[in-house]
Every structure is written in structure tokens, then in C-alpha cells.
Design a protein around this ligand. Structure first.
Ligand code: LLP
Length: 431
């Protein structure tokens, strides 16, 4: 199988580019994405859906770098956006408006207007209050808004509580029975064209059973509503397909490829003979395993019983371990000789709180100051969740393609970081 992260000459590469060379060029920490892995991931998902009337709307909340979005846009992808910022990013990267879905529980009137003016494919609406506002905004602009009603199918996705979204106790979607009653009765609103139903039950799903349950409910509702005269023609099945976080860099793609096969086989079974366009909103699946966070060991210290490896990346760069207790594989850039004994260490960042811990008691080969490490599976929900906490500038992002590399986002400079602050007149001596 393809290997986008080979060890060659004893050091880790992204395609043909050695990471130690990139670290010299751009400094650490930095994010590095394999454009080859992005393309391959997109193509294999698209191939698994071939023959279906499907639009793949990349959920760009997972990684919204222009170069990443553009890589997918050139392969024919649409976009799933959740804010005006994401809408602008998608349009700027050349995603056609008619392939953009706008999701989210809290769209503002200006965001609705921006979506309408761009001419997007659909708004995924999550409440009756939102529906009313969207109808008004559309009427003011002399148009109608294409809408998919996001229903809450009340299934448990069996993923982390923080990222499950399809249970009755979650803030997402409209209760399926209420949606049915409303649409049966209403059928239309002056500023709204009801075109579809949408569902998304959570993220990092590793089992197809909850999907099947949710999609069956959605399709049942679709049939009922069409029979009652609601002119629906599209089903948005959301995203959420999980990837492998525990792996060597070589085997990581196999698990998600198998999952995609199971998922698409299940979907094909459910939609065969169904008169509906389909939308998919994969995020993590397309980018997660395509990215690494590269960091350098600053110090190694022993405190009592424990050995701490202090690296120059921190929770502000990659918050998933602190926030979700998420596991990211940690691998040295210099290849570990076979038979090397591993010892448990805590890998921590420089931020001034204990939560800034990437791994506790992780078995790793001996490490020294200056060694380079990577956190793997850091293509999704990683850079996009970074902050400047502790006034640490946002890390740069590098994209690799074959033997070429490019900085696709520069490291934030200190002037940019401080320059947004303003002094009030009572503190401004120069005023
Ligand atoms: N569609 C909707 C409506 C969503 O809310 C999401 C993700 C997606 C699609 C894409 O899901 P994916 O295919 O990437 O699983 N920050 C968390 C993940 C939050 C996911 C939010 N919604 C993490 O780091 O694990």
C-alpha cells in the first residue's frame, strides 16, 4: 500500500522531502501535510461512491488552509462550511457556490445573507427559529433559500461525548417527530425552498451501525414527506467517518479504507432505488492522517519517578490531547534502530499549566535535546484549533507534493500578534 511517510536514509520523509531539512528551513514547531495523501484520500472516497448521485462537501472546519481546500476543489469537491469565514475560505479557494452547504446551529442574519448572495447549494437548518430568520432574510433579498432540515435521529454514535451530536440531549438538529409534523403541515414558507433532509451524528465514528440506524430513520422520513407532497430531492448524510490514531505511519490508511468500504456498502444498500441526490460531509477522513505536527525536544528532565520530555510544541498548537484526552502517535524523525528499548516518558509542552501534556507514560526510545519528533494524524482539528495562548505565535503550515514543499501559511510574527491590541486613551501616553 502507499506510504506517504517513509523512513529513508534513517530519517522520516513526507513523500520525498526529509523532515529534518524542513525543520531547518521553517523552524519548529510546524505542521506538515502530504498533498499526495490528501489527493489519494479524496480519490479513494470518491471512487467508493462512484455511480451514486453524490456531492462530497469537504468539512473544512477540519483543516481550512487555502492550499488544502484548493487541493480538494481541483479534484471536484464541494464544501461544508459553518461560518462566514469558512464560506469565504471555500469561495476564495475556488469551490463553486453550488457545491457549498452551510451548516451550524447559530447562523447570524449577515451570514445567511452572505450565503444567499453567493448562491450556495443549501442551508442546513437546525431550528424553527433559524428557519424563520432565514425566510425573512431571503425575502428581504427577493429570493428564496434552499434548505435541508437537519433532523436529530436520536441515535448514540458511540464516540466521545464531546463530539457526539445525534442524541436527543444534543443541541444539534430538530427532533425528527417535530420536523415531520412541521413539514407535513407547512410544506413551504415564503422565503424557503425545502429541498432536503440532513443528518450528522458525530465525529470519529468507528462503527457503521449507528450510521445505518440514523440513515434508515432519515430515509423513512424522506419517503413520508415526499408522499405528503413536500418536494424533497436531497439527503445530506453528514460526515464523521473515523480514522486510525494508533498506528505506525505505514499502516494508518488501511483501517480507514476498510471503514470507507463498510460505510459505502451500507449506504449503497439503503439508497438503492431511492430518488435522491446525496451529500457527504467528510472532514477528518480526508485530512486527518495526511498531517503531522513536527516539534523539537527542548529538554529532558527527571522529576522524582518520572521522566519528562519537554518539546517546543504546546497545547496552543495541538489541543486535542488536553481537550479530549485524544491519542496522537509520537515518533522520532530519526529512525529508531531495531531492538532499541523503549521507556515510558511524559511528553509535555512549555505552556504554564499541567494540562499541557501530550502523552503520559508513553513508551519511547531514548531522546535528547534537539531531537525532532512528530505527532501523527495531525491533519484534522489540529492547526485549526490552535490559539496564541501564552502569546505563542501560530505555527506555520507546510504542504509537500512529491519532492516539492511550500510554506502554505507563514509562522505568525510577533508584530501581527501584538498589533491587534489597542490602548484606550487613558493609557495612551502618545495621544
Ligand atoms: N458535518 C457536520 C454537521 C459536523 O458537525 C462535522 C464535524 C462534520 C460534518 C465533519 O465531521 P468529520 O467527518 O470531520 O468527523 N474537534 C473535534 C471534532 C469536532 C467535529 C465537529 N463536527 C476533534 O478534534 O475530534
Amino acid at each position: 500500500s502507499r506510504n506517504f511517510f517513509p523512513y529513508r536514509d534513517g530519517r522520516l520523509h513526507v513523500s520525498q522531502v526529509p523532515l529534518d531539512r524542513l525543520a531547518e528551513e521553517v523552524g519548529t514547531p510546524f505542521y506538515c501535510y502530504s498533498g499526495d495523501a490528501l489527493e489519494s484520500g479524496y480519490r479513494s472516497f470518491a471512487a467508493a461512491l462512484s455511480g451514486l448521485p453524490a456531492t462530497i462537501c469537504y468539512a473544512l472546519k477540519a483543516n481550512s488552509n487555502q492550499a488544502v481546500i484548493k487541493t480538494f476543489a481541483e479534484l471536484g469537491a464541494g464544501a461544508d462550511v459553518v461560518s462566514e469565514g469558512e464560506l469565504r475560505r471555500a469561495l476564495a479557494a475556488g469551490v463553486p457556490a453550488e457545491r457549498i452547504v452551510f451548516a451550524g446551529v447559530g447562523k447570524t442574519a449577515p451570514e445567511m445573507a452572505a450565503g444567499l448572495d453567493a448562491g450556495i447549494m443549501q442551508f442546513n437548518v437546525e431550528s424553527f427559529a433559524e428557519l424563520e430568520l432565514l425566510s425573512q432574510v431571503a425575502q428581504q433579498r427577493g429570493t428564496t433559500a434552499p434548505v435541508a432540515v437537519r433532523v436529530n435521529p436520536n441515535v448514540d454514535a458511540g464516540t466521545l461525548d464531546q463530539i457526539t451530536t445525534g442524541r436527543a440531549d444534543s443541541k444539534f438538529g430538530i427532533d425528527a417527530d417535530e420536523a415531520r409534523a412541521f413539514l407535513m403541515q407547512t410544506k413551504s414558507l415564503p422565503g424557503i425552498r425545502f429541498e432536503g433532509l440532513a443528518v450528522h451524528i458525530g465525529s470519529q465514528l468507528t462503527d457503521v451501525a449507528p450510521y445505518r440506524a440514523a440513515f434508515q430513520r432519515l430515509i423513512g422520513l424522506y419517503h413520508e414527506l415526499r408522499a405528503a407532497g413536500v418536494p424533497l430531492r436531497r439527503l445530506d448524510l453528514g460526515g464523521g467517518i473515523g480514522i486510525s490514531y494508533k498506528h505506525d505511519l505505514q499502516g494508518q490508511f488501511e483501517e480507514s479504507e476498510q471503514r470507507v468500504r463498510d460505510y459505502t456498502q451500507m449506504v449503497r444498500g439503503l439508497v438503492s432505488g431511492l430518488d435522491a441526490e446525496l451529500v457527504f460531509e467528510p472532514g477528518r477522513l480526508l485530512v486527518g492522517n495526511a498531517g503531522l505536527l513536527v516539534t523539537r525536544v527542548l529538554f529532558v528532565k527527571d522529576n522524582g519517578e518520572r521522566r519528562f520530555v519537554i518539546v517546543d510544541a504546546a497545547m496552543n498548537d495541538l489541543i486535542r490531547p488536553s481537550l479530549y484526552d485524544a491519542w496522537h502517535e509520537i515518533l522520532p524523525v530519526a529512525q529508531t534502530p531495531e531492538g532499541t528499548a523503549l521507556h515510558p516518558v511524559d511528553v509535555v509542552g512549555p505552556v504554564c499549566e499541567s494540562t499541557d501534556t501530550f502523552a503520559k507514560q508513553r513508551p519511547l526510545p531514548p531522546l535528547r535535546e534537539g531531537d525532532l519528533l512528530v505527532f501523527s494524524s495531525a491533519g484534522a482539528y489540529s492547526f485549526v484549533m490552535a490559539s496564541t495562548y501564552n502569546s505563542r505565535p501560530l505555527a506555520p503550515e507546510v504542504l509537500v507534493r512529491g519532492d516539492r514543499s511550500a510554506v502554505v501559511r507563514a509562522r505568525m510574527n510577533y508584530d501581527t500578534m501584538i498589533g491587534q491590541d489597542r490602548l484606550p486613551d487613558w493609557l495612551d501616553e502618545t495621544a
